[in-house]
Ligand binder design. Structure first.
Ligand SMILES: Nc1ncnc2c1ncn2[C@@H]1O[C@H](COP(=O)(O)OP(=O)(O)OP(=O)(O)O)[C@@H](O)[C@H]1O
Ligand SMILES: [Mg+2]
Length: 387
């Protein structure tokens, strides 16, 4: 059997056939040292091994990969905004609401889910004079299948959430409310206006496809990801072309984080114990990571690195500057592919035992393969046959 191997031992010239991408893989090297080509070779090998891989491709460089299914966000794919939680929604909109307002948002989302899936009404759910017990029964019917809502109705629904009883003898506490809490609404008005504007922004509309385009067919990315994760797709490689994010720099980190959380959560929710391995690839990862420690814990890249192992998700990240990756994140990789690096500190951060001179003089397409507790091995990256 002739095996398509991405790597060859530089000394013996033998193909490296033992699996190495069964742990998280870090690919580092200065610009032009061959990281993307290495990732493509590894994907090519995975295809020959009939393994499933999902590439989140913010540059569009992976479109050249043959035998892959490609979905391009903004073109033939969109994200369903009506599935975003109050936290994810704030992330992709680049806002952080005060806690009280965040609760209000969670409530508004539930109201809209009731409205759409159970009450089958249109527009926001009017809460004035609505019997509290009836509403409670509707809420009880909410479940996973009733998880979508009309995101563009949110600003108005937020106003509907701010209702109170009369403050006189006509007060009826069996109703959700009898009048608008005018002071409360006025206090939040600036935030509400901002929220409305962000929902209407071009970035949001393009990424989340909140406007209907009759005649064009787009697929929801969450659905596509599910298909691949559950091996129900006829292809084994999925490329999610996210080059649209170049135009929306503010949102790109949040969207990538969101997609990775969809992937992780789909697996964590499937409680069947055995998972087919799925490999994830993200190029230029340092661009999409937050700097703060608190935000890192909430980031999808970090969560997949930390929790992916137990559900058989392995991720490969490439970066030209390992020092830009937080140390907590760097320690999650069981294996690294180290291309040419010209900075001693960067090398020390990923492979302190390698001699700097050896790494600095690597040619394009050469690298050191380093596994935990095994001495690093110099390798040649075999560009794929189609390449
Ligand atoms: N294994 C290889 N065999 C032959 N040529 C290669 C190999 N790897 C890289 N190259 C050549 O080097 C060029 C740069 O490689 P590549 O784009 O993979 O580098 P990179 O590290 O991803 O760079 P950047 O940081 O700019 O993204 C490629 O266009 C290709 O021509
Ligand atoms: Mg590259």
């Amino acid at each position: 059997m002739s095996l398509q191997a991405a790597l060859k031992d530089a000394r013996s010239g033998k193909k490296i056939t033992e699996p190495f991408f069964n742990q998280h893989l870090l690919i580092v090297g200065q610009t032009g040292s061959g990281k993307t080509t290495s990732a493509l070779s590894i994907l090519d090998q995975l295809q020959h091994e009939n393994q499933t891989a999902i590439v989140l491709d913010p540059t569009g460089e992976y479109a050249q990969l043959p035998n892959a299914v490609t979905y391009k966000l903004g073109e033939n794919a969109y994200l369903e905004a009506g599935k975003l939680s109050e936290v994810a929604l704030q992330e992709v909109m680049g806002i952080k609401l005060p806690l009280a307002m965040e609760r209000q948002l969670a409530r508004a989302i539930n109201s809209l889910k009731v409205q759409r899936n159970i009450a089958h009404g249109h527009g926001p759910l009017k809460k004035i004079n609505y019997p509290a017990d009836r509403y409670q029964r509707l809420l009880e019917q909410l479940s996973d299948w009733a998880s979508e809502y009309q995101v563009t109705d949110l600003p108005q629904q937020l106003v509907e959430e701010m209702v109170v009883p009369f403050d006189n003898e006509h007060a009826d506490y069996c109703l959700l409310g009898q009048q608008y809490d005018r002071q409360g609404i006025n206090r939040q008005w600036g935030l509400l206006t901002d929220f409305r504007e962000r929902l209407a922004s071009q970035a949001f509309r393009e990424l989340f496809d909140t406007v209907a385009h009759p005649g064009t067919s787009k697929t929801e990315l969450g659905f596509v990801l599910k298909m691949f994760l559950n091996q129900r797709a006829s292809h084994r490689t999925l490329v999610v072309d996210l080059s649209i994010l170049k135009r929306y720099e503010q949102q790109q980190g949040a969207i990538i984080s969101y997609l990775l959380k969809l992937i992780l959560n789909d697996r964590l929710a499937t409680n069947n114990g055995t998972f087919m391995p799925v490999k994830l690839v993200l190029d230029e990862a340092h661009r999409y990571l937050p700097t703060g420690d608190a935000q890192l814990a909430k980031n999808g890249i970090f969560q997949v690195l930390r929790e992916g192992r137990k559900v058989n998700l392995q991720m490969a990240l490439t970066t030209q500057s390992p020092l830009d990756l937080p140390a907590r994140l760097r320690s999650q990789f069981g294996i690294s592919l180290i291309h040419r690096l010209l900075d001693q500190d960067e090398l020390a951060s990923v492979a302190p035992d390698l001699a700097f001179e050896d790494v600095a003089k690597l040619e394009t397409g050469q690298a050191f393969l380093k596994q935990r507790s095994i001495p690093a091995k110099k390798v040649l990256v075999q560009a794929p046959q189609w390449w």
